[in-house]
Design a protein around this ligand. Structure first.
Ligand code: ARG
Length: 460
């Protein structure tokens, strides 16, 4: 049987079951490109300080280039015998270029190597998410631009509250996604620190130049403590926390889309390309995409919990437990990427039923607060105004009509202060136009909010 890289100390080969149980190559081979990138920088630095000869370095460069191609073309001979991505690549390098390959690991351990690989992987993922998030924000802004004057019921407790612009509602999500982007930017700074040089846990006795490796790999700084560098995965946990919040935001929007798609609401229609049918009920058009996003948010939150629990009992420094960080992390990155892409496409295919939105806004006494404010402006204390309007609403409800449908004479039985100018206040347009403060739903405010959003978020 092939020898393990560390088999020298052992008298019997590792059990087959143990080999399978401890190997991570089936999933961590996803790190291959970053492992190669890290090794090239490490080797270059070793050569620059005179630990590797020029000849060894160019042999390593050549070998790693061959390996990169083999990986990309899916013909790299991955084997469980070599445990993980790091040993697989190192073994193959040695096959390809001989002793130079065996010298690559000088001054390095798999512990600082894997931490470096994950950081490179996560940095690239975050940069990709930034582009994806920007596209999603753009899709929401585009839809909003068409619906500044589309009025809908704003809800609290899922009961009709006050009318709002549909664009204003969409811009709420643009804000949430903006904070998600900021969280990822912030997290990136802590991801982008170099662990290499920490070696197994204590640092290395070779005169290596960590700053040079950081520079070559584009890291902003060095992990300052070798024990911390190899053992903590807080940067990955932080990323998963940001991803969880982001998924929670998308889950809320999904929940709304699902409700809005229901014939009971009939507020929007999501394009056929994003819906599916039923195998038994011919009439069905199901909002599978938003439902799955809502469902997958649970999976991402689960990964966050998994990583937190993975970390909590570990003494310093590296423990093999950490190998379990990869599957949740990879799944989070991939699920999030796919979700952002499909969500952007779907938001481009949403048709808004402005008539139904308007009708719903007119149904639930959504301008009752406006009537109270009207009375206050004419001198009635707010608490009395609240009471007066509540009685008027009860009356309208028993008549089966809206406040705006009550004749002036009827309205005046609730308060003689009410004049003929009241009906302007009771319209949906009057109501939204009066919310004319920063952050409010008045169409003029929404229009400038849209412009600002375009400027603020239109960068990767
Ligand atoms: N596959 C390992 C991991 O993912 C690499 C580090 C292993 N180090 C060790 N001393 N066994 O964490």
């Amino acid at each position: 049987p092939p020898q393990k890289s560390w088999s020298g100390r052992f008298s019997v080969p590792v059990a087959e079951t143990v080999k399978r149980y401890t190997a991570s190559v089936l999933f961590d081979k996803r790190l291959a490109a970053y492992d190669i990138q890290g090794s090239l920088a490490h080797a270059q630095m070793l050569c620059e300080v005179g630990i590797l000869t020029e000849g060894d370095f160019s042999a390593i460069q050549h070998g790693l280039a061959v390996i990169r191609q083999e990986v990309e073309q899916d013909r790299f001979p991955w084997t469980l015998d070599d445990e993980d991505v790091h040993l697989n690549i190192e073994k193959r390098l040695t096959q390809l270029v001989g002793d130079a390959g065996k010298r690559l690991h000088t001054g390095r351990s798999r512990n600082d190597q894997v931490a470096t690989d994950i950081r490179l992987y996560l940095r690239a993922a975050i940069d990709q998410h930034q582009v994806q998030l920007r596209a999603l924000q753009c899709a929401l802004i585009c839809l909003a631009e068409q619906h500044v004057d589309t009025l809908m019921p704003g809800f609290t407790h899922l009961q009709v509250a006050q009318p709002v612009s549909f664009a204003h509602h969409l811009l709420a999500y643009v804000e949430m996604l903006g904070r998600d982007r900021q969280r990822l930017t912030d997290c990136r700074q802590r991801v982008n620190q170099l662990p290499l040089g920490a070696a197994a846990l204590a640092g290395t006795s070779y005169p290596i130049r960590r700053e040079r490796v950081a520079e070559l790999l584009g890291f902003e700084g060095l992990c300052r403590n070798s024990l911390d560098a190899v053992s903590d995965r807080d940067f990955a946990i932080e990323y998963c926390a940001a991803a969880s919040l982001l998924m929670v935001h998308l889950s809320r929007l999904s929940e709304e889309l699902i409700l809005w798609m229901s014939p009971r609401f009939n507020f929007v229609r999501i394009g056929d390309a994003f819906c599916t049918g039923s195998s038994i009920m011919p009439q069905k058009r199901n909002p599978d995409v938003p439902e799955l996003v809502r469902g997958k948010s649970g999976r991402i939150i689960g990964h966050l919990m998994g990583l937190l629990v993975l970390m909590k009992g570990q003494p310093l420094a590296y423990n093999k437990d950490n190998q379990e960080d990869k599957e949740p992390l990879f799944d989070t990155v991939e699920t999030l990427s796919q979700t952002l892409i499909i969500y952007t496409e779907m938001m481009g295919d949403v048709q808004v039923n402005a008539v139904a939105l308007r009708q719903a806004a007119q149904e639930g006494f959504s301008t009752a607060t406006d009537l109270a404010d009207y009375l206050v402006k004419k001198g009635t204390p707010f608490r009395d105004a609240h009471e007066i309007v509540a009685r008027a609403v009860r009356h309208a409800e028993s008549e089966g009509c809206d406040l705006a449908d009550l004749p002036l004479t009827t309205l005046r039985t609730f308060s003689s202060i009410i004049g003929s100018d009241v009906h302007a206040v009771l319209t949906l347009e009057g109501s939204v136009a009066s919310r004319d403060i920063p952050g409010g739903t008045a169409p003029t405010r929404v229009r400038s909010a849209l412009q600002e959003a375009r400027q603020r978020w239109d960068h990767a």
